[in-house]
Write a protein that binds this ligand. Structure first.
Ligand SMILES: *Cc1c(COP(=O)(O)O)cnc(C)c1O
Length: 342
């Protein structure tokens, strides 16, 4: 018990299978911190709901994925000649987005690639006019599909459809179209417009984090101290502004617990009001992610490496050492001590 992610497993898996069943051709994205769960756990879940392919972010993530998953592993970061940890394997599908890279990779005949188009994201991929040159450079590479990565903001069906047309007009020998960030409605519409294409959505967030009610992050209360107004505490020896309790809670910078702009006291007026009240906010302090006795509480000072000091004003119900309290965190930037499948 420290800073842990608790998963209501039945509820979480029910969301995973529902989404997987409703999403033909789904390619689960398993990258980075594994959306808080860890990549191996997600690879195992993807196997369980029958995915034939997962997508990882980088080549560094490939060896673990090949171990944890029996199917194909697509790498979302495009192949580059200077990448030192490239894994050439019959189950690995590379992404290519530059003519020179295609030509270099063609030295390894039979290597599997998806050809990426550069969307309005402006991240990676071929310009529409470069596709012919890309096709000419492919040699004996095996083309597993064409891919586009669309912005998160939605409303990009038209752009996806223009790329589908570009794929049709190209001489790429594939009818598989990998897309990122289309809504279910947009996917249906795209399939209706382009029935000859196999549209395969690559999805991370709305799959793994699509039912947040199945998830709960909890930090363990490691210590509780009664403090009086004016008492100096912490690394920085700041004075507490009211009587109350100081809670030391598991969860610090190494878990991704950080400082966000104070919300309640953001503006000058709010700041002035809180100054008048003499609250902690007045010192320009920040709200912690921890909820204690029904309210999100303030940090006493910036979080430490593995724990945070949080102020609980007099009158609030004081937790006991060993109790856990809820934390509201961003899953893609959090590192949990344990993922507990309840
Ligand atoms: C990360 C990533 C995804 C998945 O994004 P989510 O928003 O987590 O669904 C899809 N496609 C590409 C190219 C990505 O890099």
């Amino acid at each position: 018990m420290a800073f842990d992610l608790h998963v209501d497993t039945v509820r979480w898996r029910s969301h995973l299978t529902t989404l997987a069943e409703a999403t033909a051709g789904l390619v689960p994205v398993v990258k980075g911190n594994g959306y808080g769960f860890g990549r191996d756990r997600l690879a195992a879940e993807a196997s369980a709901f029958g995915a034939d392919t997962i997508a990882v972010g980088t080549y560094a993530e490939v060896p673990g994925a090949l171990e944890a998953f029996d199917g194909d592993v697509m790498v979302l970061t495009p192949w580059r000649p200077f990448t030192t940890d490239v894994v050439l394997d019959p189950r690995v599908v590379h992404t290519v987005g530059r003519v020179a890279d295609v030509a270099a990779l063609a030295d390894h005949p039979g290597t599997r690639v998806v050809v990426e188009g550069e969307t309005s994201m402006s991240r990676h991929g071929f310009d529409r006019h470069e596709l012919a040159a890309a096709v000419a450079a492919l040699g004996d590479l095996q083309v597993d599909g064409f891919a586009v990565h669309l912005p998160l903001t939605g409303g990009h069906l038209g752009e996806a459809d223009r790329w589908a047309a570009a794929l049709d007009a190209s001489r790429l020998e594939t009818t598989t179209f990998f897309v990122s960030h289309l809504t279910p409605v947009e996917l249906t519409e795209l399939r209706e417009r382009r029935p000859h294409l196999t549209v395969r959505p690559r999805i991370g967030t709305s799959l793994w984090l699509g039912d947040l009610a199945a998830l709960e992050v909890r930090g363990t209360v490691l210590d509780v101290h009664a403090v009086a107004r004016g008492e100096q505490v912490g690394y920085r020896q700041g004075a507490v502004h009211r009587d109350g309790h100081l809670l030391v809670i598991a969860g610090g910078t190494s878990h991704g617990v950080g400082l966000e702009a104070p919300k309640a006291a953001a503006g000058a007026v709010a700041r002035g009001k809180s100054l008048a009240r003499g609250g902690l906010e007045a010192a320009g302090r920040s709200r912690s992610p921890f909820t204690v006795d029904g309210r999100q509480r303030w940090f006493v000072e910036p979080p430490h490496m593995q724990a945070s000091m949080v102020f609980l004003p007099a009158g609030a119900r004081v937790p006991a050492v060993g109790d856990t309290v809820r934390a509201a965190v961003r899953y893609t930037t959090s590192t949990f001590d344990a993922v507990i499948l309840d």
